[in-house]
Structure formats: structure tokens, C-alpha cells
Ligand binder design. Sequence first.
Ligand code: NAD
Length: 319
Amino acid sequence: MNGAVAAQPKVAIVGAGSVGATLAYACLIKGAGKTVALYDLNADKTRAEVLDLNHGLQFVPTANVMGSDDIEVCRDADVVVITAGAKQKPGQTRLDLAEANVNMCRTLVPGLLEVAPDAILLLVTNPVDVLTYAALKFSGLPSRRVFGTGTVLDSSRLRVLIAQRADVAVRSVHAYIAGEHGDSEIPLWSSATIGAVPLLAWDATAGARLDDGARQEIMAGVVNAAEEIIRGKGATNYAIGLAGARVVEAIIHDEKAVLPVTSLLDDYIGISDVCLSLPSIVGRAGVHTVLPVPLSGDEAAGLRQSADTVRGVIHEVGL
Ligand code: NAD
């Protein structure tokens, strides 16, 4: 990977389950990738998803879709998105999933690199911060080439809830969740804005106030979102599909977009050797820069606590 933009970019998606299939669908609609390849151990499910996606090709930017239970289907991919593995059951935390999914990556990641040695690896499988760290170790790749969707989804949930309260368009809200994609994640209120107005200075002129109580309710909504959706329909797929496709798009089109992906931190306010989400510049070479975001004292403390939480799991699974 030398940062060159492939003329016919290929996106391989590992796992054709709820998340993988929806991510493929979102990539097709967005035109992220001329070839979208699905790889899953379940041959029948993969064949069915590929057929169904193929039947929609008339309605999306030109692309082709392929799939197989043979890892060869991922050959020469520019981006490999890993969505395979066990998922959260009701009442289970993302961190409970760590051991099984880390073990899956031990063989999966080297196998993927054999067929797609120049790929960027994008992790979605949970717990995504731990899995990103594991994939980095198992691949031996430079850290900029191995990262995860992290809190791109959580930040989107945050923006939706702020937008609803403030009665403004979601796209006019600029706010990030940092840290773990999980219970220890922290909202970066001090740098959040609505339009050009600092969120902490937002008043009721255009909508409801975003005072302390409102912000706590918003965060409870963000943290409990996955659990609520999983209770109702067994999996979350649409928003993570769109979030993942958004990151793929930023890589393939070399956008240098600022997205809160999870990547290896190296002395970020003293935090090192753990993968966490922070607003980062993402393009064809991967994570270009983790931005030095101004943090309040509470936010910095929250980020350090989140690092300890994720590091604890990394040690528990023996990485
Ligand atoms: P799913 O059970 O529907 O699909 C998982 C698929 O992985 C299955 O089709 C299975 O056959 C396949 N698989 C398992 N091991 C494999 C291997 N070694 N190689 C190839 N394929 C393999 O699950 P899902 O709902 O799609 O969720 C997938 C993962 O994504 C879970 O870990 C879930 O927690 C995670 N997830 C992450 C986020 C996020 O924001 N990071 C959001 C939603 C879900």
C-alpha cells in the first residue's frame, strides 16, 4: 500500500451475516468499491446474499458482487472489512465476546494477508477496540493500516439524539464520542458544536436546552442503543452498515475525512499501546493522523479510564 488510489477498488467483506451483508449493500449504494466480495464460512448464506445483492445492481453505481466460502474471493482486495464472528447476546457486554473473536482472528488475519497483502484492514467485529489491537498484532502491519469503525456508529447515534433535542439537521451537529466502543466511551461535549455554536453554549432559541440533565439522557440513549435494538430484532445492522461503508468510502476515495475510528495510540495524552477511538484523518493510506483534540479535565480522565478498561481485556485475553 503506497497510498495510490486503485482504479477499480475492491472491497472484501469477511462475514456475510447481518452486519456484513448490510455493509455490502451500503457500499453498493454509495459506490464504495467497484468489486464487493463477501467471504463467509457459511456457503449457502453467502450465495444467497450475493444473488440478492446482484439483483439490485441495476439501481446502483456500476459494480459487481461476488462471494464464496473460499478466502480466495478476497484476493487483491484494497480494503478488507472484518465483520465475522460471534455477536452480542442480550445482557452480554461487547467485552464478553473478546476471547472467541480474538481466537478467530489468530488464523483469519494471516490468511487474509496471504491473499490481500496490500489491503487496509478495517475491523467491525466486537469488541472492536480489542479486535483491532489483536489484528494489528497478528498481521504485523503498520498501525495506520489496521483500524476499526470504533465510535463512528456511537458518534452518529449521539448526533441524532442531539439533533432531535435541538431541532436541527443531524448534519449540522458536530460531536464525537471517544474512547472504547462500549460502556466506558465518553462524549466530547467541550468541542461539540451545532453549526458554529459551541454545544455547551446552546440555548433554547432554536430548540430545547442541552443542559446537564439533557446531556446525561442523551448519553444514556447512546450507551443503551445497541442493547435496545438487539432486544427487539436480534442484531444491529443498518447504522453500522452505513457507518462501515462511510469509512470504506473515505479510504477508497482518499478523502482524508475526519472520522472517530479506533487505532493504536502512541503517547496520546500519555496513553499508549491500546486501540481507542478519537477523531482521526482517514484516507487511502489508512489512519493518517489522530487529531490532538482539546479535552476538558473530565474528558481526559474519562479517556484514560476507557484506556484502562480496554487494556484490561487485552491482558485478559493474553495479547
Ligand atoms: P452474524 O452472526 O449475523 O454474522 C456473523 C457471520 O460471521 C456469520 O455468517 C458466520 O458464518 C461468519 N463467520 C464466523 N466465523 C467466520 C470465519 N472465521 N470466517 C468467515 N466467516 C465467519 O453476526 P452480525 O450481527 O453480523 O455481527 C457480526 C459482528 O459485528 C459481531 O461481533 C457484532 O458484535 C459486531 N458488530 C459490531 C458493531 C460495531 O459498531 N463495531 C456493530 C454491530 C455489530
